[in-house]
Design a protein around this ligand. Structure first.
Ligand code: ACO
Length: 429
């Protein structure tokens, strides 16, 4: 087989060098410029990584033009329809779907790792009652590195696997604990007889007066199904900002819990996972259908920082397949749980309005996964400031899968970009 190459020529000096073209299983070919500096004394410049692949990965594939999203080769819509979140988490972490016995074992193990160290309760108690739950999550997840440090041998695959399982298992428990702390309610321990999503709802809302659980321990299956769906859709998205942050931090050999805490920090921003919270605030601010044109004009105005939250995506330039699934789920959840939500009707109108607008058509701006996810979370009674925490729970499955993949590779190098220096030339005091 002939190796495909590509020549780069410096038009100033006439100097030319060949570089390998790398091809994945599917997707755009990639120029291997790792030897560019050695061969030509040059670096590349690509702020925001618009054209740069940072790694090889076998976990998730996205075709942004076609609106395709595959986890380990399986289309997202099939996984969303047929699997539970923990089945998808197993798939992401291990490469294939589990058989029944493997899945039972996996879920049993998740149950065993769910408990938090009792000392974490006083750590959580240290936060002020109105601390943002994402701020608490960054701190609490990072603190796991203090609880599980000495027993971690990063060169041992089994130690790494246990760290990943611990993170996945404890994430909903920590998330619910943050919420309970913010409302001053006692923590609820995870239960071995409940599934991952049931457990989360129970830990969040376990009070006789709450709607998820009645006296016979009945948890609304619609809520559980909706949560599974949202977690699956948010589980992974290849080298997004937070996953890249986890990989970058991990490249230094840092403790995995600290690396995932770094990912949580990156996810928090409104341009990334914070968008679901921002969408709800935006819809509330718009308020009524007649104000939509005013806000569309604001979004188009270059002098106004306002952006239509939940619209646009770095990779999807046609449609976000997750948004299509979520829009449908919104109808089902609202019909079954709360009847209707004026914010959902407003969101539908806003979407239609924007999709017909030349600005959004030309720039290929479509609703992304978070345009509708907040409406479902709201219907499930999840408070708005917990929306990004919900994303964190789901994305942990992706983060740990990438961490496991990366740590298993040989010849790891620290991630260390270059820069174009624009400061002063050498000067003396
Ligand atoms: N509203 C109005 N204009 C927008 C929007 C928007 N939501 N998104 C992009 N644009 C415009 C930009 O102003 C830019 O215009 P220009 O070419 O005239 O300068 C053009 O479209 C391209 O936008 P970029 O910001 O360059 O695109 P990028 O790929 O860097 O950003 C992003 C993608 C961050 C998602 C952006 O579309 C955005 O801010 N959207 C709103 C926030 C959001 O919903 N984030 C969630 C993303 S999905 C996720 O992380 C789960």
């Amino acid at each position: 087989m002939t190796q495909e190459t590509l020549s780069i020529r410096n038009n100033s000096t006439g100097e030319e060098a060949d570089f390998d073209l790398l091809k994945g299983t599917i997707g755009t070919p990639v120029i291997d410029v790792s030897s560019l500096n050695k061969k030509m004394g040059l670096f590349t410049y690509d702020p925001g990584f618009m054209s740069t692949s940072s790694c090889k990965s076998a976990i998730t594939y996205i075709d942004g033009e076609q609106g395709i999203l595959l986890y380990r080769g399986y289309p997202i819509d099939q996984l969303a329809e047929k699997c539970s979140f923990l089945e998808v988490a197993y798939l992401l972490m291990n490469g294939d779907l589990a058989n029944t016995q493997q899945q039972q074992h996996f879920e049993h193990e998740i149950g065993q790792h769910a408990m938090l160290h009792e000392a974490m309760r006083s750590f959580i108690d240290g936060f002020h009652y109105d601390a943002h739950p994402m701020a608490m999550m960054v701190g609490i997840v990072g603190s796991l590195s203090a609880f599980y440090h000495s027993e971690l041998d990063m060169n041992d695959p089994e130690h790494r696997r246990i760290s990943a399982m611990r993170l996945l298992a404890k994430m909903p428990v920590m998330a619910a604990a943050c919420y309970r702390h913010s409302i001053g309610y006692p923590f609820v321990y995870p239960r071995a007889d409940l599934s991952y999503c049931e457990n989360f709802l129970n830990m969040m809302f376990s009070l006789p007066s709450q709607k998820y659980i009645d006296k016979d321990n009945y948890i609304d299956p619609v809520a559980v199904k909706a949560l599974n769906l949202l977690f699956i859709l948010h589980a992974d998205h290849e080298q997004n900002a937070s996953t890249s942050t986890v990989r970058l931090a991990s490249s230094t050999g840092a403790n995995p819990y600290a690396c995932i805490a770094a990912g949580i920090g990156a996810l928090w921003g409104p341009a990334h996972g914070g968008a679901n919270e921002a969408v709800l605030s935006m819809l509330e601010e718009i308020g009524t259908v007649d104000r939509i044109p005013e806000f569309i004009e604001k979004a188009k105005d270059k002098n106004d920082p306002f952006r239509l939250m939940g619209f646009g995506h770095r990779v999807y330039k046609n449609f976000d397949p997750r948004a299509t699934i979520i829009r449908k789920a919104c109808h089902e959840v609202l019909e079954s749980m709360s009847g209707s939500d004026p914010l959902f009707d407003l969101a539908l109108e806003l979407e239609q309005y924007a999709l017909k607008d030349d600005y959004f058509i030309e720039k290929k701006l479509y609703p992304n996964v978070d345009f509708y996810s907040g409406i479902i979370y709201k219907a499930l009674n999840i408070p708005v400031d917990m929306f990004t925490v919900m994303f964190t729970i789901a994305r942990t499955s992706g983060w740990v899968s990438h961490w496991l993949e990366m740590m298993a590779e040989s010849g790891q190098r620290i991630s260390r970009p270059r820069q174009i220096y624009t400061g002063n030339e050498l000067r003396h005091l």
